[in-house]
Design a protein around this ligand. Structure first.
Ligand code: SF4
Length: 388
């Protein structure tokens, strides 16, 4: 069975080539051809000896998920539905802006975590993606956008692990893919331009801090355990006190802070709390989906301020994107402005995410893909790793 070279980061590829009796520098050559050059075949790799190219063609291939559909929204947002095995599909979304291009990548087929407001969570869980399927989304998007990384043409400047799935529940494959994103022989992104968003898998936040401290975003969505237990059920396992302590450890040891500004006109508070703490770039981004009458009151905004205290953080308020039978409504603009006002007055940078690509269901929380659920509710929870 040929191996898929998109599954390999540089050290793994060098080790594999070493087993074939090849020199380690060949790994660098292959990484550059595959990821910077977008090569899909070994024939293109003209500085690799012909004999090795022919040998590689018998032992390996370069294979990203295939494209099932490709849609472009009126605002330029582009969404690909990609094949992920029998009747399954995952989604990848490209969001172009004046100063950056962001690719939102999926990490699992479906999700086992069942957050109440999330379209993906409603579909159930099928399986983890492998590293090649994860980095393959970036590889494919660059090719589709006509990128020429070798000559500095980079339509994708930022990657967010915020698509389908909980990335920390697929830790090893996600970290391998993110290593390739950061590799100078591949995509060469800075760790601040790669953001991992988690619902709060506390032990894996600690593990990420040690393995690859990219920018950290946390789906918070509630100012207290009672409400968060309902909206984000993983909170019952790792409640807010444990989650916030893990965020603090992450910042203290690794720093964080994304270059992803979340597109909304950022509103900078007159007094910015996290700028008083060490490096101004070290912060966690808290995502907070605004649900009408559920978590969007001024009282809850004050509760949120008290909850995070002096933790270096910024907030990203996300207008809820309705989907059939969600049972939730989007907060009114007045409610969002009032909520944001409380956070700003308390000194937190707080943005309101602009809704993008909603005419192609490419907006946050709308990614549905196609998931053949193969889990019962109980099995979904059991599918989560018990410990790192
Ligand atoms: S919000 Fe994220 S973690 Fe929660 S169900 Fe949706 S994809 Fe899973």
């Amino acid at each position: 069975m040929p191996v898929n070279l998109l599954d390999f980061d540089s050290p793994t590829l060098a080790a594999w080539l070493g087993e074939l009796g090849e020199k380690p520098f060949r790994a660098r050559q292959l990484m550059r051809w595959m990821h910077r050059g977008g090569a899909a075949s070994f024939e293109q790799m003209t500085d690799v000896p012909k004999a090795l190219r022919e040998r590689l063609a018998t032992l390996a291939h370069i294979e990203a998920p295939s494209i099932m559909s490709d849609s472009v929204a009126a605002d330029g947002t582009r969404k690909w539905l990609l094949a992920a095995g029998t009747a399954n599909g995952i989604e990848t979304v490209y969001i172009p802006e004046a100063s950056r291009g962001t690719l939102c990548i999926s990490s699992q087929v479906g999700c086992a975590l069942e957050c109440a407001f999330c379209s993906t969570g409603r579909q159930g869980f099928n399986r983890n993606l492998d590293a090649g399927e994860i980095i393959g989304q970036l590889w494919l998007a660059n090719r589709a956008l006509g990128a020429d990384l070798a000559h500095g043409d980079r339509p994708i400047t930022n990657v967010v692990m915020m698509g389908m799935g909980e990335p920390l529940a697929n830790f090893d494959a996600v970290v391998t893919a993110m290593r390739i994103m950061l590799d100078d022989d591949a995509y060469g992104l800075s760790r601040r331009r790669v953001t991992l968003s988690t619902s709060g898998m506390v032990p894996w936040i600690d593990r990420l801090r040690e393995a690859l401290p990219v920018s950290l975003a946390v789906s918070l969505h509630a100012p207290n355990d009672k409400l968060r237990d309902e909206l984000v059920p993983i909170n019952r396992k790792w409640p807010l006190a444990e989650l916030l302590a893990a965020c603090r450890r992450y910042i203290d040891t690794a720093g964080s802070g994304s270059d992803q500004s979340d597109d909304a006109a950022p509103v900078v508070a007159p007094k910015v709390k996290w700028q008083r703490q060490g490096s101004p770039r070290d912060f966690v981004t808290f995502e907070y989906v605004m649900l009408d009458g559920v978590n969007d009151s001024v009282v809850q905004a004050h509760e949120l301020v008290d909850l995070v205290g002096d933790l270096p953080c910024k907030f990203n308020l996300i207008p809820f994107n309705p989907f059939p039978d969600s049972g939730f409504r989007r907060s009114s603009r007045d409610a969002v402005v009032a909520f944001q006002g409380v956070l700003l007055s308390a000194g937190f940078v707080t943005t309101v995410r602009r809704t993008r690509g909603d005419d192609i269901d490419g907006a946050c929380g709308q990614l549905a893909g196609r998931v053949v659920d193969r889990t019962s509710r109980l099995a979904r929870r059991d599918s989560l790793p018990a410990s790192p």
